[in-house]
Design a protein around this ligand. Structure first.
Ligand SMILES: Cc1ncc(C[n+]2csc(CCOP(=O)(O)OP(=O)(O)O)c2C)c(N)n1
Length: 307
């Protein structure tokens, strides 16, 4: 499969999976809130592609796309969302805390900013272990950068020249508050203040360009470990949490959405959609069946595996 087709396939899988979640959500079988990535899938597959299973990724509650793009399993994921014993964490963690350590997807957290400290610890460990050149990726929204821990960890990353890439998904909103009334800084200037290399990827839909630039950066960084910040300009189609559109709520317009949607490769590329859609839908339906037919989590296991 050509590189573009491979990236497209992975992004389409995330899109179709989340569309299926929208379809089944009203049945109340999904046991947790869902923060969907629809509109934001493209860049995620592009940046996961050059990473190995030993490169470690942390992300937020909006974790479906990262989990799948890093190699996660559809069946385990859906069983987790359905609160079943066969889920990744025996149905105890739900949509917001997906992980797959064997693929280097170490964890996701619902606490905004929490993963800045988790990932800096991982990057520090990688720096100390000179036998490898693995790297850490820390993926958050732009809103999370307003937490104090972001600045604290940037300072440490820069001081110690840790092998960490911060991916900042700038979708312009934190829940329903636009960036203009929240931030007095730009990520670029903040990076400069901490003497950290900064890159901006202006169009999250441009999968090949992002993959190309990012792959080169990863190769270079593995030779010359250092912290890097990449800001990706992207757009969330649905409400912050849940399965609906929110354009009637008065904080963003349908025009904004339409401008992105009209350019969306996952809508426009009918040839590739036709080529792969049926196969992916079948895999998703199999995973839904697996989740539905798995036993529920045991109440008496509620406190096991908890620290
Ligand atoms: C410490 C903490 N404060 C507040 C919240 C509530 N909260 C959840 S998501 C969110 C906005 C985050 O926005 P952003 O980082 O831009 O990510 P996005 O949801 O756009 O992907 C907030 C304030 C939280 N979960 N944790």
């Amino acid at each position: 499969m050509q590189l573009y087709e491979k990236l497209f396939y992975e992004a389409l899988k995330i899109r179709l999976l989340e569309e299926k979640i929208i379809e089944v959500y009203p049945e109340d079988k999904v046991e947790s809130p869902v923060h969907l990535s629809i509109g934001q899938e493209h860049h995620i597959v592009s940046i996961m592609e050059p990473l190995t299973n030993k490169d470690i990724v942390f992300t937020t509650y909006r974790s479906h796309a990262v989990y799948l793009a890093k190699g996660g399993d559809l069946k385990l994921m859906l069983a987790e969302l359905y609160g079943k014993q066969s889920g990744i964490s025996k149905g105890k963690s739900g949509s917001m805390h997906l992980c797959s350590p064997e693929h280097g997807m170490m964890g996701s957290s619902a606490i905004v900013g929490a993963i800045y400290s988790h990932s800096i610890g991982m990057a520090y460990a990688q720096k100390i272990d000179t036998s490898t050149n693995n790297i850490t990726l820390c993926i958050t929204g732009e809103g999370a950068t307003e937490e104090g821990v972001f600045c604290e960890t940037l300072n440490f990353a820069s001081l110690k020249q840790l092998p960490i890439i911060y991916i900042i998904e700038n979708n312009g909103l934190a829940i329903n508050i636009p960036i203009e009334v929240r931030q007095s800084y730009t990520i670029e200037k903040l990076a400069k203040a901490y003497n950290i290399e900064y890159h901006s990827y202006e169009d999250s839909f441009d999968m090949l360009t992002i993959n190309n630039k990012f792959s080169k950066l990863v190769t270079d960084m593995k030779k010359s470990p250092r912290p890097i910040i990449i800001e990706i300009h992207t757009y969330r189609y649905l409400e912050h949490v849940g399965i609906s559109m929110d354009y009637d709520k008065g904080y963003r317009t349908l025009n904004e959405y339409e401008a992105w949607y009209k350019r969306d490769p996952l809508v426009l590329n009918e040839t590739l959609i036709k080529r792969y859609k049926n196969k992916i839908i079948k895999d998703i339906d199999d995973a839904i069946n697996f989740a539905e037919n798995s036993p529920s989590s045991f109440k008496d296991e509620l406190l096991t595996d908890v620290y």
